[in-house]
Design a binder for this molecule. Structure first.
Ligand code: ATR
Length: 285
């Protein structure tokens, strides 16, 4: 996997925790996912991370699902577990090799919580009670909006090129969190946060993901872009020029990975080391 920054981040964390583990990336076609999970289980792997489209497929392939994976319908973290002498399932990472008997795969989702943590820590913005403009209603925008609603955002403005998708999303939020106000139009007053969840900004020369005639970045306190490469998209540059707090999506990658490492090790993740490993890999610094 040429493009994955996760090995650099996870191996920095693993080294800092003094573990003799290694995190490796593999290119696996979706049709081989089932046998890959079975193979990792047979080889005594501690766990796995999965990316799109494997996250959705794995829901049907792991032995048990954590509540996080059930709620978000996706598995990005697998932990292999064995039974200890008392008959309780324990992470493979916490037992000696000779204590391993029957093994099961346990699926978790650490992506959705990472969105909230990234926005709250990197922008010092509180989601509870916030008014948020969410740009994009694809896979990432949908989870962000639903997670903000679950966190108690006061009002969500949902904008997407294909408007029908934001309308479907507004209905879904209404069903899950009816106390959250939703709108599929631009806000005409102040918001606390604008988040770009579209792919616009990934490529040189991409347009902004919102209509400057209908919304101005002067109307927001802070701007978050899920994109982290490039480090500064036109959206973040404009927000910065407008004097707003900004952060890019590196924090989301960091916090989902940190939570995964905690799931495998049972220890607090060394977040500073992991951030340094990630930044060195992505930005070469
Ligand atoms: P992801 O999992 O990254 O969210 P996705 O589900 O393909 O990927 O969603 C991509 C998002 O970027 C969508 O909101 C998409 O808008 P549509 O739903 O209308 O496709 C948005 N997007 C991609 N290219 C775009 C463009 N040229 N202009 C506006 N929005 C765009």
């Amino acid at each position: 996997m040429k493009h994955s920054a996760s090995p650099a981040m996870q191996n920095a964390g693993i080294t800092s925790l003094g573990l003799n583990w290694r995190y490796l990336a593999f290119d696996v076609p979706p049709e081989s996912l089932r046998e890959t999970i079975a193979g990792a289980k047979a080889m005594g792997f501690i766990g796995l991370n999965l990316t799109v489209p494997h996250k959705l497929l794995a829901v049907e392939m792991v032995d048990v699902l954590d509540e996080s994976a059930k709620v978000w319908g996706a598995v990005n973290t697998v932990r292999f577990e064995t039974k200890n002498r008392a008959g309780h399932w324990v992470p493979l990472g916490l037992v000696e090799a000779d204590e391993v008997n029957e093994v099961r795969s346990h699926g978790f989702n650490t992506d959705a919580d990472a969105i909230v943590r990234a926005v709250e820590e990197d922008l010092r913005c509180t989601i509870k009670g916030a008014r948020i403009l969410v740009l994009g209603a694809g896979g990432a925008g949908r989870v962000a909006a639903l997670r903000f609603a679950a966190e108690g955002a006061a009002e969500l403005f949902l904008i997407n090129r294909t408007q029908s998708k934001s309308e479907v999303l507004a209905v879904e939020i209404g069903q899950r969190n009816p106390q959250v106000k939703t709108s599929t139009a631009y806000p005409n007053s102040e918001v606390d946060l604008v988040i770009n969840c579209t792919s616009l900004g990934l490529k040189d020369g991409d347009a902004l993901s919102f209509d400057e005639k209908q919304f101005s970045l002067k109307q927001t306190k802070a701007a978050y872009d899920m994109i982290y490469r490039p480090a500064k998209t036109p959206f973040l540059n404009l927000a910065e020029k407008t004097g707003k707090q900004t952060a890019n999506g590196l924090g989301m990658l960091l916090y989902q990975g940190a939570k995964a490492l905690e799931i495998w090790t049972g220890k607090p993740a060394p977040i500073g080391e992991m951030r340094r490993g990630l930044e060195a890999n992505v930005y070469g610094k």
